[in-house]
Ligand binder design. Structure first.
Ligand SMILES: Cc1cc2nc3c(=O)[nH]c(=O)nc-3n(C[C@H](O)[C@H](O)[C@H](O)COP(=O)(O)OP(=O)(O)OC[C@H]3O[C@@H](n4cnc5c(N)ncnc54)[C@H](O)[C@@H]3O)c2cc1C
Length: 356
């Protein structure tokens, strides 16, 4: 993929960086830092669950659909969203399925009284249209449908692709459960540390604003010729998304009662609730044509790393070396990954401008 290094990247040449976390946030940050000339090591652990493998993953800042402004704190910025979209758009054109990406037309039903998505987001996703519609669904009225083309990412393929790209760029990987950032931000291990631990930041840096928000996905197969013609549809927090090889029906946005329970255990009530939307969603995705969706596996549950007040993307200087935090992206971590990775390079580079 053609990529242009973020401004200031030159000063990172030869600097060492430790990225903690190997989800989509950590891998994209590691790759961008390596492209900027840093010697990068990614440290992560299978002892702490990673949500990136569970993600759906559809490109759309989640606050534009089912997730509420309070959950994301309104912190999603155009300066992060736009470069992220351009990175995925470039990837889909140059790598496509090899990187796990496909294009999909999405229909987002907007409830009566709900604001339109921001104009700048509609511009980024142009051509996009918002047309009047009349839809009653489970006691709620929908007055408009927002149609645009976006990207859906098969995360298993994409994470493998990212890791291979990172290895090719010289990134090395280590398995280690950190109990404190002291273990890597000690002034000897690296010149800069990047914290991409998602939900793990709650215990690693004691950020109690980070909270798990439960989501659920159920996989289906469909005849290949129908797969290509299906649209993605979303009504509030529930959606049906055609991916490269399968279809997922997903949703559910529920904050966990005990935020320190990181076990994503399934519940039959949640699954029944999700499956009750299947008929409506599949009719809409296929414009009313009967579509035989065959279930292929159990539901997967994931805990989105939400952060009250919005994701954290800033440098902390209270350690012997600068620590760039990049975590808490909730239901938008895939969507925002490349834009945040570019910002990580800028923040890390700013620490070394003028020094040798
Ligand atoms: C059902 C569902 C559907 C979703 N759909 C979408 C979607 O359509 N679009 C979208 O943009 N997003 C979606 N998301 C959200 C997305 O999955 C997350 O925002 C994103 O994956 C977060 O990535 P991350 O790398 O920050 O965290 P993670 O993937 O959780 O990675 C965290 C990493 O940190 C490591 N780690 C944590 N603590 C430590 C420690 N102490 N020591 C060492 N390593 C540590 C972990 O091992 C892991 O490698 C969805 C989520 C769910 C649950």
């Amino acid at each position: 993929m053609a990529s242009s290094p973020a401004p200031g990247a030159g000063v990172l040449a030869g600097r060492s960086a430790v990225v903690v976390g190997s989800g989509v946030t950590g891998l994209t940050a590691a790759l961008r830092l390596a492209e900027a000339g840093s010697r990068v090591t990614v440290v992560s652990t299978t002892a702490f669950p990673m949500v990136s493998t569970t993600a759906c993953a559809f490109w759309l800042p989640a606050w534009a659909s089912g997730e509420t402004a309070e959950m994301l704190g309104g912190a999603v910025e155009r300066s992060v969203v736009e470069p992220s979209w351009h990175a995925y758009d470039t990837l889909r054109r140059h790598e496509g399925a090899a990187a796990g990406l496909r294009s999909v037309t999405n229909k987002e039903y907007l409830e009566a009284g709900q604001s339109d998505p921001p104009t700048w987001l509609q511009e980024i996703l142009a051509p996009s249209s918002i047309r009047p519609t009349e839809l009653e669904c489970e006691g709620r009225s929908y007055s408009r449908v927002w149609t645009f083309d976006s990207v859906v990412v098969d995360m298993k393929v994409h994470l493998d692709w990212l890791q291979k790209r990172a290895i090719d760029a010289g990134v090395t990987f280590g398995e280690r459960l950190l109990t404190s950032l002291d273990e890597v931000a000690d002034g000897r291990t690296a010149d800069v540390v990047v914290n991409c631990t998602g939900l793990g930041a709650r215990s690693l840096v004691g950020d109690t604003d980070v909270r798990p928000v439960r989501g659920l996905l159920v996989p289906f197969e469909v005849d290949p010729e129908r797969l290509a013609s299906l649209k993605a549809v979303a009504i509030n927090e529930y959606y049906l998304i055609p991916r490269l090889r399968d279809v997922v029906v997903g949703g559910l946005i529920r904050e966990e009662a005990d935020p320190d329970t990181v076990e994503a255990t399934p519940s039959s009530e949640d699954e029944e609730l999700l499956m009750s939307k299947l008929g409506t969603l599949s009719r809409m995705a296929s414009a009313g044509r009967p579509t035989a969706l065959r279930r292929t596996g159990p539901a997967s549950v994931g805990l989105r790393p939400h952060r009250r007040g919005g994701y954290r993307l800033e440098t902390e200087r209270s350690w012997p070396v600068p620590v760039v935090h990049n975590y808490g992206h909730g239901g938008s971590g895939v969507t925002l990954a490349w834009g945040c990775a570019d910002r990580v390079v800028e923040l890390a580079a700013a620490e070394f401008v003028g020094s040798r």
